[in-house]
Design a protein around this ligand. Sequence first.
Ligand code: NDP
Length: 253
Amino acid sequence: MHYQPQRDLLQNRIILVTGASDGIGREAAMTYAQYGADVVLLGRNEQKLRDVAHAIHQQGYSQPRWFILDFSSATPEQCQELADHIAAEVPRLDGVLHNAGALGEVRPMIEQTPESWLDVMQVNVNATFFLTQALIPLLLKSDSGSLVFTSSSVGRQGRAGWGAYAVSKFATEGMMQVLAEEYVHRNLRVNCINPGGTRTAMRANAFPSEDPNKLKTPRDLMPLYLWLMGDDSRRKTGMTFDAQPNRKPGISE
Ligand code: NDP
C-alpha cells in the first residue's frame, strides 16, 4: 500500500493492541506510538510487554500502559475486569487492534487434536469475542472508533492442512461482518486485515523450511495498519484488507 501518513496521524488517539509482545503486534504498537497515539499493550508475557513499553518510551514517546491477559484461559468475567481497569486509566479507546493469535497444528483435519483445536478457537475466537464485548463501550466513547481484526488468506478460502486456524479465521471474518453491520450507524467502524505471509515466529512455525528473507517484515505492513486506525479510513467498514495485495498465498519460493 502506498500511503504516506502525516506524522501526527494518531495524535490524541488511544489504541489498544493485543499480542503486542511480539511480531506484527509489537511493530504495530511501536508504529502507532511513533504516529502520536497513546498505546495500551496487551499480552500474556509480562517481561516481553515491559520490554516493548520500555522500547516505546526510550524512543521519546509517552510511556504505554500494559495489561496481562492470557487468551488461552480468558473468561468473559476476566475480560470485563480488564476493561474496567482500562476504563479507570483512559477516557475512551479510539482503536483496538485484535492481533493476538494462535496457530495450532498445521496438519490434516483428521489429525487435529481436540486440545489444540479448542485452544485455537479459545484464543482466536472466544477470547477475542469476550474482549470485544467488554471493550465496545469504551470504543463507542470515541468520535471515530476503529475495531480491527486479524484474518488470514486461509480464513477466506480453506486450504488443506490449516485446520482449526483456518476455521478460526473464517469465524473472525464473520465476527467482523456482524459487528460492522450492527454499528454501521454509530461512530465505530469494524474491519479485518489479512497481513499475508510475514517474517514472524508464527510464520516460521508454520513453514519451517521457508527462507524468511523472502518474506515482508512486520514493518513493511504498517501503512495499512496506520491507515485503518487513522481518519483516512473513517468511512470504511465491514471490509477485509490485504496488507500485501499482490502476494500469492502459500510458501514463498
Ligand atoms: P507471533 O507469533 O509473532 O505473535 C503472536 C502474538 O500473539 C504474540 O504477541 C503472542 O504472545 C500473542 N499470543 C499468542 N497466544 C496468546 C495467548 N494465549 N494469550 C495472549 N496472547 C497470545 O505472530 P504474528 O505476529 O505472525 O501474528 C499476528 C497475527 O497475524 C495473528 O493473528 C496471526 O494469525 C496473523 N497472521 C500472521 C501471518 C504471518 O505470516 N505472520 C499471516 C496471516 C495472519 P507471546 O509473545 O507471549 O507469544
